[in-house]
Design a protein around this ligand. Structure first.
Ligand code: ADP
Ligand code: MG
Length: 396
């Protein structure tokens, strides 16, 4: 199998299987409520249409667990894609089998056929050889453009590459790889990583990997409280993962040894529970969080400190909100940091599902250099893990 980039391939008249990430939210009326992911695939699809390829698109949607469940059908996605491309998109209703083969055979240059949800077949998540072989039947070129699914060893991501003559990366996947490589391989010296979010355990591999590369690591969100505990602060009822206090201590020590600035919140917005109407209390700089309260956002002095620390960055990577930004009273930290990131002259990269919602909520998404389309995949990439969907393209 050869690995070449999409722009170097001659695709005219070829049957090209494009694995896209059309895992979009649908409402009860089966309408697409957010088409960001469909739009993200357009550069690759438009290119293939213009070059006269015969295009087969495939994706998963939700977790139908190997069964055909109509509420997870990709049919509404075919309609939206058709509107966005301003051309007909045929819909197969199946993923493999004689009907799909006959539709494949009828494709003319520039035609697009969208297959049904890949996860209607249990073979998809099982990385099943037989299913992959069927998907690859009569395919000349395989293109992976589904970054958001590339951390999964699934049939349409990994196994299929064993049965196609050529496998390469689409434009979206390539863009994700280029930007995330910047964060993990030879980043500039003034490199600041902002980490927050719910669980410190989710983010430990990212910190461990980036500890070698970043100049500053600024921590917020619930995960900060495990670090604060490691430093001997009382954090009241804040979310703490006790099993990770020792790991946090170790990370703090390593950062000191390597002369990396690892900063924790110095003040907090606290409340007795995570609710919109609850009374909030500001916990002043350096003070512990009272016994019955939870730290739910970074405080004003922390915001100021972090914004200051972001100023000289050439590269900023951000994953994880600074507080419970879904609730107005605990959103200021995340919103202010979002604005600071957006206004920075640095190259800015944001990954993580909730972080992307936060930057959208702040209304500054268009000022960010790169917003990753893959939550789990971007975290694994930043952790330095090899992603099956990327590795199988380079296993020539
Ligand atoms: P991402 O999806 O960007 O990787 P995470 O899933 O790790 O981010 O974390 C997002 C969640 O973390 C949000 O739902 C937010 O409410 C929650 N969160 C942030 N700070 C706190 C906090 N101090 N206490 C409890 N939950 C928090
Ligand atoms: Mg999340």
């Amino acid at each position: 199998m050869k690995k070449i980039s999409l722009s170097e391939m001659s695709v005219k008249g070829k049957r090209v299987f494009v694995r896209v990430d059309f895992n979009v939210p649908l409402n009860e009326k089966q309408e697409v409520t957010d088409d960001t992911r469909i739009k993200a695939s357009l550069p690759t699809l438009r290119y293939l249409v213009d070059e006269g390829a015969k295009i087969l698109c495939a994706s998963h949607l939700g977790r139908p667990k190997g069964e055909k469940k109509p509420e997870f059908s990709l049919k509404p996605v075919a309609e939206r894609l058709s509107q966005l491309l301003n051309r007909e998109v045929k819909f197969a209703g199946e993923t493999i089998g004689p009907e799909v083969e006959s539709l494949k055979a009828q494709l003319k240059d520039g035609d697009i056929l969208l297959l049904e949800n890949l996860r209607f077949n249990p073979g998809e998540t099982e990385n099943d050889e037989q299913f992959a072989k069927e998907l690859a039947r009569n395919i000349d070129i395989y293109i992976n453009d589904a970054f958001g699914a590339s951390h999964r060893a699934h049939a349409s991501i990994q196994k299929i590459t064993e049965f196609v003559p050529v496998a390469g990366a689409g434009f979206l996947l390539k863009k994700e790889i280029d930007f995330l490589n910047m964060a993990t391989e030879n980043p500039p010296k003034n490199y600041t990583v902002l980490l927050g979010g719910a669980k410190v355990s989710d983010k430990i591999p990212v910190i461990t990997n980036l500890l070698e590369k970043a100049q500053k690591i600024l921590i917020g969100g619930a995960m900060a409280h495990t670090f604060l505990r490691a430093k001997g602060f009382d954090v009241g009822n804040s979310i703490v993962e006790d099993d990770f206090i020792a790991v946090c201590k170790d990370i703090i020590k390593k950062a000191e040894e390597k002369n990396i600035k690892l900063l924790l919140p110095i003040d907090h917005v606290a409340a007795i529970k995570i609710e919109p109407e609850v009374t909030i209390r500001m916990i002043k700089k350096g003070k512990d969080i009272p016994e019955n309260m939870m730290g739910l956002d970074i405080g004003f002095e922390t915001i100021e400190l972090y914004c200051q620390e972001l100023k000289d960055a050439e590269l900023i990577v951000w994953n994880g909100p600074m507080g419970v930004f879904e609730i107005e009273n605990f959103a200021a930290g995340t919103m202010e940091i979002a604005k600071a990131v957006a206004e920075s002259s640095a190259t800015t990269i944001i990954g993580g599902g909730d972080s992307v919602s936060a930057i959208n909520k702040a209304g500054v998404a268009d000022k960010v250099t790169h917003i990753s389309t893959g939550g789990g995949a971007s975290l694994e990439f930043l952790s330095g893990k090899k992603l099956p969907g990327i590795e199988s393209l380079s296993e020539a």
